[in-house]
Design a protein around this ligand. Structure first.
Ligand code: ZN
Length: 297
């Protein structure tokens, strides 16, 4: 039996089981302050061990940035974050006491990407990307079956992108202004036109800029990691499905035939597509991290 915790900006989902066809229990907790939230998660894990028996490994898929460097004294912490009160929170230290086995810890998007690779639309692929466009923008980037990791995890939601001609809106990222997330996330749309992304009509001019910026992200992904497929999910993509064809067009125009690959020919319907696990990708990502922790301990 494995346990997973998806630590999100507004809610946390705890799951018990081994995969999408074997989920024994699930509980949702509102994300408030770190002490209160982690206390409640700990209580759920403790109760599950009592009711269902020991848990072999725990996976934690969290919003970040996180310190994932195992040599660091801050390993397992959420470090700088836009979520007030959560900076410098020792998530792994706080939750690992409840579990006898290993603890897998990674970003929510890399967890979701691993879940798509294990059970979803990236099954059988060792190089792929999972992009989520919601309140923020996150990218899980899997190369040789593992999330890219160097001095720390990647943060492709905050890359600099080319601006559309005559667009001088300063963007809304508190760190970078007009980075990708500052221009194309749900938060950016709300800041720019004072409307929630899910309520904006498909023919609103704001989508042209959003698709342009997301096309730049995909251009960068193709040229850096050369993924076999790019999955796109999150609240904004789910609520505005017209974005898929627009983003595919922007990617094709931006690459301009430079890369020769079978996957990049034609309509890109398969190359840029929705994830297979839908809203379950997040909590299943935490379970995927528990599987990884067991396999690599
Ligand atoms: Zn940024």
């Amino acid at each position: 039996m494995l346990a997973g915790v998806e630590l999100g900006g507004t809610k946390c989902i705890c799951v018990l089981g081994t995969g999408p066809n074997d989920l024994r229990a699930q509980e949702q907790i509102a994300t408030t302050g770190p002490i209160e939230t982690l206390d409640k998660i700990e209580a759920v894990l403790r109760r599950w061990v009592t009711e269902h028996g020991p848990v072999a490994a725990l996976g934690i898929a969290s919003f970040g940035p996180l310190d994932l460097n195992k040599a660091s004294r801050r390993y397992g912490h959420i470090i700088s974050t836009v979520k007030s009160g959560w900076g410098e929170t020792d998530v792994v230290g706080r939750l690992s006491d409840r579990i006898g086995g290993p603890v897998g810890f990674h970003t929510d998007v890399n967890g979701a990407a691993l879940a798509e690779g294990r059970w979803g639309r990236a099954r059988g692929l060792s190089n792929f990307a999972y992009v989520t466009v919601g309140t923020g923008i996150g990218v899980g980037l899997i190369v040789d079956g593992r999330p890219i990791f160097g001095i720390n995890h990647t943060e492709l939601g905050h890359i600099r992108v080319a601006r559309m001609i005559n667009d001088t809106w300063p963007g809304c990222c508190p760190f970078h202004g007009d980075c990708l997330e500052g221009l194309a996330s749900g938060s950016a749309i709300r800041a720019r036109i004072e409307e929630a992304a899910e309520r904006v009509a498909a023919n609103d001019p704001v989508w042209e800029g959003v698709a342009f910026s997301l096309g730049q992200l995909l251009h960068t992904l193709v040229l850096t990691a050369a993924p076999s497929r790019i999955l796109m999910g999150g609240g904004v993509m789910d609520g505005q499905p017209h974005l898929f064809s627009r983003v595919r067009d922007k990617l094709r125009l931006s690459l301009n035939g430079y890369i020769e690959a079978e996957e990049l020919r034609g309509d890109l319907l398969d190359y840029v597509s929705p994830p297979g696990l839908g809203a379950k990708a997040g909590p299943l990502g935490a379970l995927a991290l528990a599987h990884e922790a067991l396999a690599t301990r």
